[in-house]
Design a protein around this ligand. Structure first.
Ligand SMILES: Cc1cc2nc3c(=O)[nH]c(=O)nc-3n(C[C@H](O)[C@H](O)[C@H](O)COP(=O)(O)OP(=O)(O)OC[C@H]3O[C@@H](n4cnc5c(N)ncnc54)[C@H](O)[C@@H]3O)c2cc1C
Length: 497
């Protein structure tokens, strides 16, 4: 194998012509770009289908953003874990919930396929070595705090979702402590991959794709040891290189709303190169403006007993909504003030800053005093609280339908308010949902919905299941990346050389 000399700047949106390739550094059937959730699953399936597989990973270790994640995976319709924890669920309830939660631009074909096959997918992960502890964590939390396997990960029990589908907890986290669920998942998948005859090349950065005269993708250019090398992929290339939240210019151009959130979440290689490589050979990008933005205002779950108001003292949401729904709502009004109002039952939090990093904006012996301290019009916040308490005492919330057990009158003075506005110092983690448009099989589509032959994509390189931050539930992203990663691997392995 000779190293190919390549001159000039190699850009992801400028694919290399096959005629320009002097020599192949390596030849294989399927090349997978990126060793995260999507890439590892794609590689396992392609190898199991008999293809010779090579994985290229830019980092010196794999895992990507998946290894940084809490690791919740969205499963339901009666998984073993759900039944061991005493919950009943149906595939139809899960489907209806996901249709609402994947947003107005959701792909119903992908959702249906995911839901109908998710029990098999759960079993497949068990077969790869995953373990889930049969314990349900009942409190509202960003993840299970210990190694409990099951949690309600989104809006299942909140209005209006509870009127659309019978609620059930569907956030499944592998047997790992707290936020280590993603690292555990990646350790398990990487170990499963290493048992196969798959070559994993670390510190290998994919740069651009190679096309033949018929515009079929036949390989790619990669930088290894500081040299650009060409690798032939007879059956295809699968792009699994993650999202673009770390690329400021792409975020500004495609998702300016998300640029206002304070904390881009991801690994440094979430720079959109995979998306641009796909674009370079005609792949279309969709859902690019959407993403997840959260306000992690719980734990403690008792903060959900508080009320969230705007600068006019008016409530804005049912506070038992998922942290992503609250974050999205606040991001939609970046110049407005928002406050979380609590009463003295939660005052110990004033001594120890809550997880969300937000500061105390005011404290009052009475609600009127707090209203004044927050520079709100007289009788605004006090009126809101009076009305809220009146109905909460009866177990109702006619305005926003906050549900029990979080619906309690807020009447134990004194009161305090946290500033949860954008630019207040509150922590608003954010990542992107947009990416290449694909068939459920992973085949990349052009703007005219034609298949780009030889090119596949999965995970956050694609616009997959999650498409709306305003309705998202945790677990959709890794569920999507692992499930559709597998399908892309299978499809590429079946591609005729
Ligand atoms: C803190 C945090 C918590 C989260 N918690 C959850 C959760 O609990 N549940 C959930 O569903 N989602 C969660 N998410 C979102 C979820 O983790 C991601 O959307 C998902 O893991 C993306 O998987 P992926 O395989 O597409 O990308 P990644 O896991 O990022 O894998 C992509 C890989 O490609 C590599 N790569 C990039 N460019 C190149 C290149 N040019 N050449 C070679 N390799 C390249 C990267 O180094 C990386 O290893 C969380 C995200 C964060 C940041």
């Amino acid at each position: 194998m000779k190293v190919q000399a390549v001159s000039g700047k190699t850009l992801p949106t400028e694919p290399r012509e096959l005629s320009e390739v002097a020599d192949w550094f390596a030849e294989t059937d399927v090349v997978v770009v990126g060793l995260g959730a999507a890439g590892s699953c794609a590689a396992i399936e392609a190898a199991d289908a008999g293809a010779k597989v090579m994985v290229l990973e830019a980092g010196s270790v794999g895992g990507g953003t998946t290894a940084m994640a809490g690791g919740q995976i969205y499963f339901g319709g009666g998984t073993l874990l759900q039944s061991e924890c005493g919950f009943e669920d149906t595939l139809e309830d899960m489907y209806q919930f996901m249709v609402k939660s994947c947003g107005p631009n959701g792909d119903e074909e992908k959702i249906r396929l995911y839901v109908d096959n998710n029990l098999d997918h759960y079993q497949w992960l068990l077969d790869q070595g995953m373990e889930f502890k049969a314990e349900y964590y009942a409190e509202k939390y960003t993840n299970t705090p210990n190694d409990e396997g099951l949690i309600c990960s989104g809006n299942e029990y909140a209005y209006p979702y509870d009127t659309i589908a019978k609620p059930a907890p569907r956030g499944h986290k592998g047997k790992a402590h707290g936020e280590d669920g993603g690292a555990y998942l990646m350790r398990t998948l990487t170990a499963a991959l290493e048992k196969r005859q798959v070559l994993i090349s670390y510190e290998s950065r994919a740069l651009t794709l190679i096309q033949d005269d018929s515009k079929r993708v036949v390989g790619l250019v990669v930088r290894i040891d500081g040299e650009e090398r060409c690798i032939k992929a007879a059956q295809g290339v699968i792009l699994c290189a993650g999202g673009f939240i770390m690329n400021d210019e792409m975020v500004k151009n495609h998702a300016p709303r998300l640029a206002k959130a304070s904390l881009p979440l991801g690994n440094p290689n979430d720079n959109g190169v995979g998306l641009r490589m796909g674009q370079g050979v005609g792949g279309s990008l969709i859902g690019m403006s959407e993403g997840f933005v959260a306000l992690p205002f719980y734990p403690p779950s008792s903060f959900v007993d508080g009320i969230i108001v705007n600068g006019k003292g008016q409530r804005v949401i049912n506070e038992d909504s998922y942290q992503g729904v609250v974050g999205d709502l606040i991001l939609n009004a970046p110049d407005e003030k928002f406050y979380l109002v609590i009463d003295s039952r939660n005052f110990e939090a004033l001594e120890k800053p809550p997880l969300g990093g937000f500061g105390v904006a005011g404290v009052g012996e009475t609600i009127e005093e707090l209203e004044e301290e927050l520079n709100m019009p007289a009788r605004s916040l006090s009126h809101t609280l009076e009305q809220f308490n009146f109905h909460a005492a009866e177990g109702n919330d006619p305005l926003f339908h906050k549900r029990k057990p979080y619906l309690k009158p807020l009447n134990e003075a004194p009161y305090a308010a946290f500033d949860i506005s954008i630019n207040s110092g509150a922590y608003f983690p954010v990542f992107t949902f947009g990416g290449l448009n694909t068939q459920p099989t992973g085949e990349v589509l052009t703007e005219d919905r034609q298949v780009v032959t030889g090119l596949y994509a999965a995970g956050r390189n694609t616009c997959g299941l999650p498409r709306s931050g305003a309705t998202y539930s945790s677990g959709f992203s890794i569920g999507d990346a692992t499930f559709f990663g597998r399908l892309a691997g299978k499809t590429a392995a079946q591609n005729t050389k």
